[in-house]
Design a protein around this ligand. Structure first.
Ligand code: NDP
Length: 341
């Protein structure tokens, strides 16, 4: 079974040379524990993995919710796969499963200790890959972050950064469905065109062509921002705070511009105070109780063509390192996945 492993802990921006592909013999399931061997079909490529690959001290907050990646070992990651060896009576060979698998061809799962995200995919209504994106953690992040953290009102002015990415595009689509005015930022003119003409955003801009984020936001939000769904942090967050309306809400979902860069955002806290802005960090794992509600709402929207599933799929295990590096260069549009067979 081939797998992707990390050679050295990453400093700064990731590069393909940090990774290598190795091979090991297929593991056997134990007779004493409920275990499965899963052949992975799609693996998820996520920015948070970078924070597990850096050399943090053990007290760093990034290590509190995701363990550091061990050098030389297969890198665990969300995936969808098919059960090929079954040692748990609740499953059978051929079942499709989703959950914490790995950047590897086959994963051995201990079903009694698997986390709450591990489950069988019972329905064949949607392609299996959707369970990693629009019907997976990206979707839950967008749903919980937008509806619970941002507490939207119809007509709110909403700004979404990394808007063509996996979480961002879904946030924008939810916000449009809810009746908000939505502007997204993204890193290319093609992405801007996609957001405006394919996904129904009211407006969008290429942040790489803006020299002054504050004046860009004043141009796109002359009446101010009510909700900022932040995926990037950094200077865009500072500019968003400067343009927030009274009692605005900011969902701190991610700060990808800070994952590869030592510069941290320095928000103007006096602005936050005077404008009574609520800034809330959140993690999708805190909202598993919303999972059924999120699935039933989002499946309905997909059935009625009110939401589009945006995926960006590379082929083959060997493409995982470049797919991952691409997240930090903006190569992807929508959910980045690698298909293994
Ligand atoms: P995306 O699909 O959005 O991929 C990352 C995108 O970020 C790229 O396509 C790129 O698009 C943009 N980007 C990369 N570097 C920069 C930069 N320096 N400045 C601005 N934009 C940049 O990934 P996800 O949707 O999976 O994740 C989006 C964010 O949400 C991340 O910050 C992630 O860590 C966070 N997250 C948080 C979760 C939670 O539970 N809180 C769960 C899942 C994700 P572009 O061309 O626009 O630059």
């Amino acid at each position: 079974s081939k797998f992707v492993t990390l050679k050295n802990q990453i400093e700064g921006a990731p590069q393909e040379s940090y990774f290598e592909i190795k091979e090991t013999s297929l593991k056997q399931i134990s007779n004493d524990e409920a275990q499965l061997i899963v052949k992975n079909l799609y693996v998820s490529i996520d920015p948070y993995q970078l924070n597990r690959m850096k050399s943090h001290s053990s007290t760093h907050s990034a290590t509190k919710y995701a363990n550091q990646v061990k050098l030389g070992q297969a890198i665990d990651a969300h995936g969808v796969g098919r059960v090929v060896v079954c040692g748990d009576e609740r499953f059978k060979e051929g079942d499709l499963v989703v959950g914490h698998l790995g950047w590897e061809e086959y994963t051995l799962i201990n079903t009694s200790t698997a986390d709450g995200f591990f489950r069988k995919i019972e329905s064949s209504e949607f392609p299996p890959s959707y369970y990693l994106g629009v019907l997976g953690t990206s979707g839950l992040t967008a749903y919980a972050g937008f509806f619970n953290v941002c507490k939207p009102k119809k007509g709110d002015f909403v700004f979404v950064s990394a808007a063509s990415g996996s979480v961002g595009n879904i946030v924008g689509q939810y916000a449009k469905l809810f009746g908000c005015y939505v502007v997204g930022s993204a890193g290319s003119n093609d992405k801007v065109d996609f957001l405006k003409n394919k996904l129904g955003f009211d407006d969008a801009f290429n942040y790489k062509e803006e020299t002054d984020f504050d004046s860009a936001l004043k141009r796109f939000f002359p009446q101010g921002i009510d909700i900022y769904f932040d995926n990037v942090g950094g200077e865009l967050l500072e500019a968003a705070i400067a343009n927030m309306n009274m009692f605005g809400r900011i969902a701190e979902c991610g700060v990808i511009s800070e994952y590869t860069n030592k510069r941290r955002s320095a928000p103007n806290m006096l602005d936050v105070i005077y404008k009574r802005i609520a800034i809330q960090g959140f993690l999708a794992v805190d909202y598993t109780h919303l999972f059924q509600e999120f699935m039933s709402f989002t499946c309905d929207q997909l059935r009625n063509d009110k939401i589009q599933a945006i995926e960006d799929i590379s082929m083959g295990l060997e493409s995982i390192p470049s797919a991952f590096v691409g997240l930090f260069n903006g190569s992807n549009v929508g959910k980045k996945l690698v298909q293994l067979e």
